[in-house]
Write a new protein. Structure first.
Lengths: 249, 559
């Protein structure tokens, strides 16, 4: 099990396709494209994600499994809104249908809930959030890396089948914006992970708002967060097989 | 008297031999053209000679005979028999002794027994009655020269096979399942199975054949211990084991037959002999599963002394494990279960097809069986429950398949493949639509019961291509790809579910762990883009692959 925290615990973690070498900078590094900030999808890389599969990989993965990492903004600027935000996270998890797995990380708290089956997550999330307070900066880039690692680890168990997504809540500018851009680009370029963001009181001018590549919802009040999270978590890309042949023109 | 003397200057592809009569003939000709012994009546009584061959399962016969070739103890003696065993690997000699009733028994694979049919079935007295099935083979293989990766690559190639030996129907079966027949290859007959210049391994090593069917010890030697031959220490550079009975673990069956006249005169006693064999099999199998046990060493030594010219005991243990003995449950199923995909009549049909294809018999034969009431032959046995031939670790099998796909080795490890197609919007697979496909898959899985079978779902890319052409953003295209991949896996799982249900309905049990599901989405369409409705439908398919065993991954473990 990979355990993350905000101190330099990432240094010894190895995930195939990555070299997580140090705490700073917390970019997702590869030997060939470390500085590549292109968002353009690399379809070959996406098809081969997550790379080597785990020793305990599922023999018969559930193709309907949706694995979500919720990134909670627990920066100091959230102030007393953190309580409503935590409630929104609990409501969201309680509303997730099976089959699903969910993890929760805080920008400053690190891992709040490890990747957990939804039924177990519903039982554990309230207690897990109890000690989370609004305190610290907005290191979104590092949290994206952490979310990516959790999903890659889970995907290696699920042999890449299912749906993988990161849902971010944030109320401010990233404190590590360069890292955020690089890590976001890496994820979008090399993985099928879907990224959704809910910007709280910050409008639409956020680096995670990339039309056509990410989903972004702007809300003004924390009281709208629960509904926004529910709406985002309910979204699913669908693929309806064509029932009649129509040639490509 | 040995029927054969080998011509000094053996030809390469058609070995000429000289019969005792002095008449030259070519190996591979029908046996009635090379054996001229007249049928004679058998002496009354249960004092008989009985052939065994150099095969691990024959230890069961020796143990039933008190652990020796001649003995007054053991199950046979307890049943009133006085049996003298003899090691006889020259099958033509066996047939000659059988016809003249030096021994009323024949010992061989079904292919061998069927090859003898033109001789034995010509006289009512010598018609064969199959009384017992010893085992399936997990100890034979086909070795191929560099460049031959799949069975279908054998088309037009020369294959060395022992005439009247155990591999004619083995080669025929795997060729047939790869869409070929014996007519598509050139057979190079050898006189011997192993250990001489006229064995398949030696013919292959000389370069006089592109592939050869042989026992696994020879195959391992030629391929540097089952890898790729280095050219050193007796190996052939670049040679590999193309296929073996580790995968095709229900293809070569070993049997005992008895003359009809003898059987009819001694039916009850023969039944008691079979019961002694069944009890001996149960005891011997349990002993041979206990590594380091003194009794295991004793039997290993016995096998090595009698069959392997005095090699160390561990070689005898290895030879035992090359056989998967049937015991009571295997015999009862093989001879008595009409739903068994590998029942006797199916094997009989395969042997006939193979030998007719090789021009060794002119017409099909249906050898008789004893038609035992198997429940009446269970006395003395402790466990008559069914046994699986092989067990698989499904997680490791899935990891192995994924690794093969990632490294581009999956096609090279696919020995046989088979596809079924489905309706565009189908999520169920009704038996009435797919019964024929399912029957074939069940047959393949049973025949190659030691092999991983992958079930690989594919989706059609047309919807994706249309959206891509229309300029859909990456986010949408990714969503379509993800959904297609999951859809393809879902279909693979649904097919296995439906297959399992169909098998249950037919009274056939399948080992679900043998099937590894996978979904490749739109990454490997048969037609990209599909330009007709037919091509479009052919993209919506599930592909079954029979893989060679990846031992480290599958934990193949004959029981």
């Amino acid at each position: 099990m990979i355990i993350f925290n905000r101190v330099c615990a990432l240094a010894s973690i190895a995930v195939v396709g990555l070299a997580l070498t140090a705490c700073k900078p917390e970019t997702i590094e590869t030997s060939s494209s470390i500085s590549d900030q292109s968002y353009e999808a690399d379809w070959d890389a996406i098809a081969s994600w997550p790379g080597e599969i785990a020793d305990d990989a599922e023999a018969e993965p559930n193709p309907k499994m949706v694995t979500t990492v919720l990134v909670l903004d627990d920066s100091g600027s959230m102030g007393s809104d953190i309580h409503a935000a935590k409630t929104a996270v609990i409501d969201t998890i309680n509303g997730l249908p099976s089959p699903a797995k969910v993890a929760v990380i805080g920008l400053n708290s690190g891992e709040i809930l490890p990747t957990t089956d939804i039924l177990d997550a519903k039982a554990r999330i309230s207690a897990a959030l109890e000690t989370v307070t609004a305190n610290g900066g907005t290191p979104l880039g590092g949290s994206m890396k952490q979310a990516y690692a959790l999903l890659t680890e889970e995907a290696s168990r699920q042999r890449g089948f299912g749906v993988y997504r990161i849902i971010v809540t944030t109320d401010g500018k990233a404190g590590d914006e360069g890292t955020l851009r690089k890590n976001t680009a890496y994820i979008l370029r090399n993985t099928p992970i879907q990224i959704s963001t809910i910007g709280l009181g910050i409008g639409t001018g956020h680096p995670l708002n990339l039309p056509g590549r990410t989903t972004y919802a702007a809300i003004d009040n924390v009281s709208d967060l629960a509904a926004a999270l529910k709406a985002v978590s309910a979204e699913q890309a669908s693929f309806e097989p064509m029932s009649n042949f129509q040639a490509v023109n | 008297m040995n029927l054969f003397t080998i011509a000094k200057n053996a030809l390469l592809s058609t070995l000429v031999v000289v019969a005792a009569s002095g008449q030259a003939f070519a190996l591979g000709e029908p046996m009635n053209e090379i054996i001229s012994a007249d049928a004679r009546d058998c002496r009354p009584g249960l004092n008989v000679s009985m052939p065994i061959i150099a095969w691990g399962a024959d230890a069961v016969t020796i143990e039933a005979n008190g652990g020796d070739m001649e003995s007054t103890a053991g199950g046979f003696a307890d049943a009133g028999w006085d049996v003298k065993l003899s090691l006889e690997d020259d099958f033509a000699k066996q047939v000659e002794d059988y016809v003249s009733c030096q021994s009323p028994f024949l010992r061989g694979t079904l292919g061998m027994l069927t090859a003898a049919a033109p001789v034995t079935e010509a006289d009512a007295r010598t018609e064969q009655v199959i009384i017992y099935k010893h085992s399936w083979s997990a100890g034979d293989g086909i070795v191929a020269a560099p460049g031959i990766k799949k069975i279908s690559d054998l088309q037009g190639k020369r294959i060395a096979i022992q005439a009247y030996g155990p591999h004619v129907d083995f080669v025929s079966r795997v060729l047939t399942d790869a869409g070929l027949s014996l007519d598509d290859v050139e057979i190079v007959w050898s006189k011997d199975l192993s250990g001489t210049d006229n064995s398949p391994a030696e013919i292959f090593a000389r370069g006089d054949a592109d592939a050869a069917a042989m026992i696994l010890p020879d195959a391992r030697l030629l391929t540097s211990d089952g890898n790729v031959g280095t050219g050193a220490e007796g190996s052939v550079k670049g040679a590999t084991i193309l296929f073996s009975t580790l995968e095709a673990s229900a293809v070569i069956g070993d049997y005992i037959a008895v003359r009809r006249d003898f059987f009819e005169a001694n039916r009850d006693a023969v039944g008691e002999m079979v019961n002694a064999l069944l009890n001996s099999e149960e005891d011997t199998r349990q002993i041979m599963a206990r590594d380091g046990d003194a009794e295991q060493t004793r039997i290993g030594s016995m096998i090595a002394d009698i069959m392997l010219g005095g090699l160390p005991a561990e070689e005898g243990v290895f030879l035992w494990h090359d056989a998967i003995t049937d015991g009571w449950s295997g015999n009862a199923k093989h001879f008595g279960d009409p739903a068994d995909p590998r029942r006797f009549s199916v094997l009989m049909d395969e042997a006939n097809a193979a030998l007719m294809g090789a021009d060794m018999i002119a017409r099909p034969y249906m050898l008789k069986t004893a038609e035992w009431d198997w429940s009446a032959l269970a006395h003395g046995l402790n466990d008559i429950s069914a046994r699986e031939i092989a067990s698989f670790n499904p997680e490791k099998a899935a990891a192995a398949v994924q690794r093969l796909r990632r490294t581009g080795q999956l096609d090279a490890n696919t020995k046989i493949d088979f596809q079924i197609y489905f309706e565009p919007d189908s999520t169920t697979f009704p038996a009435e639509l797919y019964a024929k496909d399912f029957e074939e898959i069940i047959r393949l899985a049973a025949t190659y019961s030691g092999a991983i079978v992958t079930v690989e779902g594919h989706a059609d890319p047309l919807h994706y291509l249309k959206q891509e052409k229309a300029g859909a953003p990456d986010q949408e295209l990714k969503g379509i790809r993800t959904s297609a991949t999951n859809l393809s896996l879902n279909r693979a799982i649904s097919v296995v579910d439906a297959l399992e249900g169909f098998a249950n309905g037919e009274g056939v049990s399948i080992n679900r762990n043998q099937f590894t599901v996978d979904g490749v989405g739109i990454s490997e369409p048969a037609f990209n883009p599909p330009t007709t409705a037919e091509e479009w439908r052919q993209n919506m398919r599930v592909k079954f692959r029979v893989l060679t065993t990846q031992a480290e991954a599958t934990e193949f473990s004959p029981l």
